[in-house]
Design a protein around this ligand. Structure first.
Ligand SMILES: [Fe+2]
Length: 360
């Protein structure tokens, strides 16, 4: 039942009618029924918002963290997003009984020690830790992580569909742990188990990572954001769903990495305006030049809730076609969630409260 009225363009995101701003109003993320609306004003041109449903931004790198559980910033019944700092090697091990964890390394390097062995990691690495794994971070310097916790089903790779199984990232880029060579196993060892947000401390008279061998298809693994291969079209801007990296129940995680900009004259080079019905959108800005957003720097998190428009900041559309601008130069991690997310007190303490006015 496709319909069209008034001033439109033949191909969405290309040759937008002069004096209009294109908005994509769609369902089911970017997969469901969709219409494009050609507005006479940018849909983000509000003068004020009264009420809680508004774009929010947080200085995640300024959050005070403790040595234990990651500090949660945003949460719903399916997923939490938080940050954690780790320094040196703690005298205890951790285990999360509530969910699978995804640790994204924003800063630092080291070794993740697990039941399954050790995984070396550095800046830009995603570390997938299945629920119930016993682990410990041994950090060479101060590490800062974005931590996503999947409370429902396990984290898994996306279906590649028409793209083929070697797209997005090749199975060969996935790193798995190497068995630990224990030099010392006597003494008392502590494992801190997190369940429903509470800590239980279990003590052993032997090293808890004492595995001599293992087999199976459940284990921690690592993937570098630098090995993620973005999908793009030189002719028309593709939706962010082409960057899906991991899938959980009620959410997806996407990676934004540098890529060539669209080349066809008239093609829109920045994300289209949309009111992201069906998914809340969270971005963690990791590195580079976030050219579609003003005043956003590495280490910040933005939240765009269901129902309120977002899109490029006013200068970005012009800047995207400036001479010599041929590539994006940004690394970011996106979390899209089915259920609305709620900011915690820890997040509110580092909120940039005027963010929702930053399109004016
Ligand atoms: Fe978006």
């Amino acid at each position: 039942m496709y319909q069209a009225k008034g001033h439109i363009t033949k191909q969405a995101h290309v040759d937008i009618p002069a004096g209009t701003y294109e908005e994509q109003h769609g369902r089911e993320g970017f997969f469901g029924p969709v219409s494009h609306l050609y507005h006479r004003h940018p849909p983000t041109g509000w003068t004020r918002i009264e009420g809680d449903c508004r774009p929010q931004a947080f200085h995640a790198d300024r959050v005070e963290t403790t040595g234990d559980a990651p500090t949660t910033l945003l949460e719903n019944a399916d997923v939490t997003l938080g940050v954690a700092r780790r320094r040196g090697t703690p005298p205890y091990f951790e285990r999360n009984a509530d969910g699978d964890e995804l640790w994204f390394t924003h800063r630092g390097a080291g070794v993740l020690e697990t039941d399954y062995g050790q995984l070396r990691f550095g800046v830009g690495d995603y570390l997938v830790i299945p629920r119930g794994t016993t682990y410990r971070f041994a950090c060479a310097d101060e590490c800062f992580f974005l931590v996503i916790q999947s409370l429902g089903t396990r984290l898994r790779q996306p279906e590649r569909g028409l793209l083929g199984q070697y797209s997005l990232y090749d199975a060969t880029t996935i790193r798995t742990p190497d068995l630990l060579a224990l030099t010392r196993t006597e003494g008392e060892y502590e494992v801190r188990v997190r369940r429903e947000g509470k800590l239980t401390r279990i003590f052993y008279p032997f090293h808890p990572l004492d595995v001599a061998g293992w087999k199976g298809d459940l284990y921690p693994w690592a993937l570098s954001i630098h090995d993620f291969c973005p999908v793009m079209s030189h002719r028309a801007h593709l939706p962010p769903s082409v960057h899906v990296t991991l899938v959980g129940e009620g959410f997806v995680v996407c990676s934004f990495v540098p890529r060539p900009l669209e080349e066809t004259p008239g093609a829109q080079r920045v994300p289209f305006y949309h009111r992201n019905i069906d998914f809340d959108e969270v971005l963690f800005y990791h590195a580079g030049d976030f050219f579609s957003r003003d005043n956003i720097s590495a280490g910040m998190v933005t939240l765009h809730p269901h129902g309120v428009h977002h899109g490029p900041h006013p200068k970005a559309i012009e800047k995207s076609w400036s001479p010599g601008k041929t590539h994006t130069d940004e690394y970011a991690v996106m979390l899209d969630t089915r259920r609305p997310l709620h900011a915690t007190d820890a997040a509110r303490q580092v909120e940039w409260k005027e963010y929702y006015l930053s399109w004016q």
